[in-house]
Design a protein around this ligand. Structure first.
Ligand code: FNR
Length: 385
């Protein structure tokens, strides 16, 4: 697929006086979102844990690796397709799970799903989405989709959510491990901003029979009681490696552990029969001062030695970032904040523009570096400075 052509679509539209509504550069995109969003939603998306040192580290890590291009390679035909979690993807890019998208756009995950489906890449729906997973699946149609699970305190609830996800056509479960508690996030603290407490982001819970069963009345009639029950079951502080089997037995979908940074944990994921891991620090939103996700990747890749699929997120902003992450051992990357700004500023069209822009940038970066397939991307194409 010729993703690079997107730039000519844009230039030709320019001849008719039409220019893109959103900036192509990430920092400009975030700056525009800063102008248009209220402090609460903007801070929730942009912010991270404590000093936000790890948010910055994620991006600095990419700058320390440089691509060394090769010349006089036939780059006329390029293939960015990959095979991950037993599925064929048109490109090594999917959308990361981002909860409570209604805080930036009323169509929330429905718009995101439509955009992803129109391009043909998977999106990952968060457990704490603003729209029920069935409604989002319907919006995606035949588009590929994955479901992210925040491991709840009640295993029956996990089983029910995963069952619903499978029934609705989601083809993998991503269990997020790095969020057993919510981190100290100064931007949210300063505005006392936590959208879940006013019922935002609870759609998958309030539509779940296992969740609603113990409630005397529906969430519409008593939101406070629903929020209280949610706060009690949302996260599972006690979960350990030994409990993974209990989760595993409730779904036959491929299972991926999201938030792995230590090579020993990556090994344990492989030993526990997981299908994949996401090397991720949650975009620097959980442990301030922790290792940049990219810095963790080489050791993790060495530890699992191809036994499971490695996905990567935290800091992907450009095509070059994707090349670097794949060069260091990832098979596919998840895009996070950039598409959320696209959603905030342009709904479905905004997400599509951001995604198509990233794919064009990736295709061009690979082509002009002399790489025509993802097999070319290995550590030897990079130099650390
Ligand atoms: C997230 N992320 C996240 N992860 C997850 O497993 N479940 C979730 O519900 C959320 N929600 C969420 C909300 C917001 C506003 C952000 C920015 C992030 C983490 C996400 O999946 C991914 O790991 C990071 O976004 C990657 O970092 P960058 O590339 O966005 O900086």
């Amino acid at each position: 697929m010729d993703f690079a052509n997107y730039q000519y679509e844009i230039y030709f539209q320019g001849l008719a006086g039409v220019v893109p509504e959103l900036p192509a550069n990430y920092d400009d995109l975030e700056a525009r979102a800063r102008e248009e969003l209220d402090d609460g939603p903007f801070g929730y998306v942009a912010g991270g844990a404590s000093s936000e040192d790890t948010v910055a580290a994620n991006r600095e890590a990419f700058r320390r690796w440089r691509i060394v291009p090769r010349m006089l390679v036939d780059i006329d035909v390029r293939d960015l397709s990959t095979h991950v979690l037993g599925q064929d993807l048109i490109a090594p890019v999917a959308l990361a799970p981002v909860g409570v998208q209604s805080i930036v756009h009323p169509e929330a995950e429905v718009a995101t799903a439509r955009a992803a489906a129109s391009v043909g890449i998977p999106f990952t729906l968060s457990t704490v989405s603003s729209k029920p997973l069935e409604e989002v699946a319907e919006a995606a149609g035949d588009g590929p989709r994955w479901f992210q699970l925040y491991w709840p305190g009640e295993v029956e609830l996990a089983a029910s959510l995963m069952r619903r996800a499978k029934d609705a056509g989601y083809t993998a479960v991503f269990v997020t491990l790095d969020t057993k508690m919510l981190a100290w996030r100064p931007r949210d603290i300063d505005g006392a901003y936590l959208p879940f407490l006013v019922g935002e982001g609870l759609a998958n819970y309030t539509t779940d029979p296992v969740f609603t069963d113990p409630l005397d009345v529906s969430a519409e009639d008593d939101l406070q009681a629903a929020v209280l029950r949610w706060a009690q079951v949302f996260l599972n502080k006690k979960a350990t490696w030994g409990d993974l089997a209990s989760l595993r037995e409730h779904t036959d979908l491929p299972m991926v552990l999201k938030g792995v940074l230590h090579p020993d944990d990556a090994r344990r994921a492989a030993d526990h029969g997981m299908d994949g891991i996401v090397v991720s620090n949650h975009g620097g939103r959980q442990v301030d001062g922790e290792i940049a996700s990219l810095d963790a990747l080489p050791d993790v890749a060495a530890a699992v030695d191809g036994e499971l699929d490695i996905l990567f997120d935290s800091g992907i902003r450009t095509g070059a970032d994707v090349v670097k992450a794949l060069g260091l051992g990832a098979k596919t990357v998840l895009l996070g904040r950039p598409y959320v700004w696209g959603l905030a500023l342009g709904g479905e069209d905004g997400v599509r523009h951001v995604v198509r822009g990233l794919l064009a940038d990736l295709d061009l970066t690979m082509a002009m570096s002399g790489f025509t397939s993802l097999d070319d991307l290995e550590p030897g194409i990079l130099r650390r400075i």
